[in-house]
Design a protein around this ligand. Structure first.
Ligand code: 8YV
Length: 320
């Protein structure tokens, strides 16, 4: 029997591509060029499944053009705002994501952003690399302690909880806002705030860990930034569209906010150019899940979804 055909839209780690080649007739993207919607439709014409990334927008118009034989779209990500789930459901195409695979890596990166922003890592690196470091002095590059500070976590899912675990080790006090309060054992003595506004009022450092949805987009706007304590730090490892960039940049310029650490951006990779000129922003290029182990796990999870869907079993992380 011929192997099913899988369209793989981006270059993936070698171990993941090896499993794809072993089990499927895999149409790999060796150049890693991002396909247009028309190219995706054409390439998928003889496919039984697609393994996509967040760079591929699965719109209702594209879903319409997919062949009847296509049974599954698995994304190499936890976020699935790029997939129109209702359109997939209407065509009977299984859509599935890869939750739980990048929890620890992303939480590590949130701590890197918190430390990077709070301890002025960008300015410190610049000083050393540009040969401007003239020697130690007592008031050089002063940041703030994490110990004793209140960490506000917006979105207490797997990643938010993993950030909380790490932050406790740094002596931080954990506060959170989530759609629903966590059970007592998962809460682990964190303080629940029923509204985002209440959380912001007590967040010396705010970590955004909620999914991007129509309800959460632009959640951190000018009015809400004003609620943060003066000199607060904001970090984002979730999605850039949850922050109003103009409001954030204004608050970083005025000193309302001390610093920010950002791994994700609205319209990335084309981030708002004013971020580049701000010394108090620690910037990373969407590498929250970028570890060797995690990227393999993400690929295997996507393949587990594809295997199940094509073998007539429920996909482990089916979205409808
Ligand atoms: C990915 C992510 O790097 O999983 C997600 O939602 O944002 C990242 O881990 C990227 O989006 C892969 O498609």
């Amino acid at each position: 029997m011929p192997k099913p055909t899988i369209l793989v839209t981006r270059r993936l780690p070698p171990a993941v591509e090896a499993r794809l080649r072993r089990d499927y007739d895999a149409k790999l993207n060796q150049d890693d060029r991002i396909y247009t919607s028309d190219e995706l439709a054409a390439l998928a014409a003889d496919a039984d499944g697609m393994l996509i990334c967040t760079s591929e927008k699965i719109t209702p118009a594209l879903v319409e053009k997919l062949p009847d034989r296509l049974k599954v779209i698995a994304t190499f990500s936890v976020g699935y705002e790029h997939i129109d789930i209702a359109a997939c459901e209407a065509r009977g195409i299984v859509a599935a994501n890869a939750p739980g695979t990048m929890t620890e890596a992303t939480a590590d990166l949130a701590m890197l952003l918190i430390l990077g922003a709070a301890r002025r890592s960008y300015e410190a690196q610049q000083l050393v690399r540009q040969g401007q470091w003239k020697g130690w002095h007592a008031t050089m590059l002063l940041g703030i302690d994490l110990h004793g500070k209140r960490l506000g976590i917006y979105g207490m899912g797997r990643i938010g909880q993993a950030v909380a675990r790490r932050a406790r080790g740094f002596g931080m006090e954990i506060h959170y806002h989530n759609r629903s309060r966590l059970p007592h054992d998962l809460e682990a003595q964190a303080t629940y705030h029923a509204t985002l506004e209440d959380l912001l009022r007590v967040s010396d450092i705010l970590s955004i860990n909620a999914p991007s949805t129509p309800d959460t987009r632009n959640a951190l706007n000018a009015e809400r930034i004003a609620l943060l304590p003066d000199g607060a730090v904001v970090v984002n490892t979730a999605r850039g569209d949850m922050i109003d960039d103009v409001a954030l940049i204004g608050a970083l310029k005025s000193g309302k906010l001390r610093a920010a650490g950002l791994d994700v951006f609205a319209g990335e990779p084309n981030l708002h150019k004013d971020f580049l000129a701000l010394p108090n922003v620690y910037l990373l290029p969407h590498i929250g899940s970028a570890t060797i182990e995690t990227r393999d796990r993400m690929g295997y999870a996507a393949l587990d979804n594809i295997d199940a869907a094509l073998q007539g079993r429920p996909a482990p992380n089916r979205l409808w």
